[in-house]
Design a protein around this ligand. Structure first.
Ligand code: NAD
Ligand code: DAU
Length: 331
């Protein structure tokens, strides 16, 4: 079948592109190539005759209408995805994550696309001190990023409710692996450790995240697309809960860098303390994560060690300017 994957030049989207091609499908990748979009992330499939690329914005109705034409399924991963950036520019997040999502869903429905998959996040549930969120728990987002993702989810559920349109939502946990933009905890700390630079731990470093390897997350999205029920939400979590300081220590061990690099900095405003997902619903459909955390982390460190050509240009360009502007005084 012909599938539109949006955000396919990003971290998780590029992995979903590979999964779709491996399953034998035709893939169109619609990506605006923001700071986070990198054509190198799909360089390995760019010459595949079943793969094509459109540079464009999911929030542009004309582009959305063109991109969905003739597709059986749309998987939407295009998003503004970084919490820290959302603290400085919430409107950019609302535009892509809410307006873009609704625009793409309406274009898909108008074009007769059979199923729309909205890729969302565990952050829409907010923070949870103990236990784990199920799909029926209320949405209590606490950052401009998670509020924009919750807005996208609510648009999707409302359009399903109003028109009976076939939409499935996945809510993934913190994802790690190759090709993740080095603004997020794991790739930032790996690349800093490899260069002997400080690892800026926010607050006390005891915040807990549930980590999932990008391959397992992509397979989870694919599984929900193939087997999920219309209008249903599926949590996609790795079941690897660790405090940030523990992750930091493991990165130092894998890179051989000194513990002296750990630098405590001011906490992220509004910082969620803990995320945790109950994944029984998707597991009930036959999905389960496959990558053991320590093996996944070790191979991720090796990927960054071998791909300085991928991350050094990123860390010396727009990225450096952004940090200089927005983090002055915080670190
Ligand atoms: P990313 O930031 O690496 O990539 C986002 C991609 O979307 C980029 O290629 C960018 O160019 C593209 N994009 C942004 N705005 C666009 C627009 N208006 N039109 C078209 N393309 C646009 O993000 P990621 O980490 O791969 O996340 C992908 C999805 O998964 C997001 O929806 C995110 O909310 C969700 N998610 C991410 C994680 C995580 O830990 N990274 C966990 C759970 C859910
Ligand atoms: O939970 C899923 C979400 O995970 C996704 O929806 C988001 O797209 C993704 O960015 C991620 O959000 P987090 O805010 O959890 O990820 P981040 O890598 O930014 O931070 C992980 C934890 O590490 C968090 O507690 C903040 C902390 N941190 C992060 C950075 C970048 C630090 O201590 N220092 C840092 O420099």
């Amino acid at each position: 079948m012909k599938i539109l994957i949006t955000g396919g030049c990003g971290f998780i989207g590029s992995e979903v592109v590979r999964v779709a091609l491996a399953h034998g499908h035709e893939v169109i990748n619609l990506d605006l190539l923001t700071y986070a979009g990198n054509p190198d992330n799909v360089a390995d499939v760019a010459d595949d005759p079943r793969y094509s690329f459109i540079k464009g914005d999911i929030a542009d109705p004309a582009i959305a209408a063109t991109a969905v034409e003739g597709c059986e399924v749309v998987i939407n991963l295009a998003a503004e995805s970084h919490v820290d950036r959302s603290l400085h520019d919430p409107a950019a997040f609302i535009r892509t994550d809410v307006v873009g999502t609704a625009t793409l869903i309406m274009a898909s429905r108008a074009a007769g696309v059979r199923r729309f998959v909205q890729v969302s996040t565990d952050e829409v549930y907010g923070s949870i001190p103990t236990g784990a969120f199920t799909e029926t728990d209320p949405l209590q987002p606490s950052s401009p990023y998670s509020a924009s993702k919750a807005g996208g989810d609510l648009q999707a559920l409302a359009i399903h409710h109003t028109f009976g349109y076939d939409i499935v939502i996945t809510r993934g946990s913190n994802t790690y692996g190759p090709r993740q933009y080095p603004e997020k905890l794991i790739p930032l700390f790996i690349t800093n450790a490899l260069d002997g630079l400080p690892l800026p731990v926010y607050g006390d470093g005891q915040q807990i995240r549930d980590w999932i390897h990008v391959r397992d997350h992509a397979e989870g999205i694919w599984h929900a697309m193939e087997h999920g029920a219309a209008g249903a939400v599926y949590n996609v979590g790795g079941g690897n809960e660790w405090p940030n300081l523990e992750i930091t220590g493991r990165i130092l061990a894998h890179t051989g860098a000194s513990h002296d690099l750990i630098t405590y900095v001011a906490d992220r405003p509004g910082h969620d303390r803990r995320y945790a997902l109950d994944t029984a619903r998707l597991r009930g459909l036959g999905w389960a994560p496959q990558v053991a955390f320590d093996e996944g982390l070790a191979s991720t460190v090796e990927w960054y060690r071998g791909r300085r050509d991928w991350w050094e240009p990123i860390k010396s360009g727009e990225y450096a300017d952004w940090y200089a502007t927005n983090y002055a005084g915080r670190r």
